[in-house]
Design a protein around this ligand. Structure first.
Ligand SMILES: [Zn+2]
Length: 195
């Protein structure tokens, strides 16, 4: 009888995981690195450095909440996109979260965008976007479905968060503050931890 009960509970756990429980593993992808600085020469801050910092903060928060984490890069190294995807695809019951910052020719462009491609990631993308846009009054540029390489080639649900415009003076000034980057990481983490 006890054995049957255990089997039933195991079945419930398996279903919960299939329908979007908190992922066991989060593969955190800090955009760019090494010779690839990200952004444009007109940036007020360096995208690859800020992306790694937010990724590391996100990693720490998720670990504190007993989620296993994998970083595609832990330092200022260039990792080709194919390698990032291979790292993601080595995991099951996992979520891929890519951290980037935006840039635009128009200096006034600001705010957040969150991307996904596989519909399985639409829910978490919407939660990330909602949490990020709650941080300040910048433009909510929305959740967008785009076939970006790391979103299209990953077999696990995958999202890419653009955490602010480094070509916008106010956005960049905020993003340069460690306390604000902690808020960015917390906003993303709490969206992921809601399953
Ligand atoms: Zn980028």
């Amino acid at each position: 009888m006890k054995y049957l009960l255990l089997l039933a509970l195991a079945g419930i756990a398996a279903c919960a995981s299939a329908f979007g429980a908190v992922p066991k593993t989060v593969v955190i992808d800090a955009g760019h690195g090494g010779h690839d600085r990200g952004g444009t020469p007109g940036n007020y801050a360096c995208e690859k450095t800020l992306a790694l910092d937010v990724a590391q903060r996100l990693c720490a928060i998720l670990q504190q909440n007993d989620v296993k984490t994998v970083m595609t890069r832990c330092d200022d190294t260039f990792i080709p996109l194919g390698e990032r995807v291979s790292i993601a695809n080595a995991h099951r019951d996992a979520l891929f979260v890519s951290i980037h910052f935006n840039s635009a020719v128009r200096r006034g462009a600001d705010g957040f965008e969150t991307y996904y491609f596989n519909g399985k990631a639409a829910g978490v993308a919407a939660r990330v976007q909602a949490n990020l846009t709650a941080l300040h009054s910048g433009e909510n540029r929305g959740v967008k479905r785009r076939p970006y390489y790391v979103l299209r080639k990953t077999r696990i649900p995958a999202i890419l968060a653009e955490c602010g415009f480094l070509t916008n003076r106010e956005d960049a000034a905020r993003c340069n503050q460690p306390a604000y980057r902690q808020k960015l990481a917390q906003a993303i983490a709490s969206a992921v931890l809601k399953g």
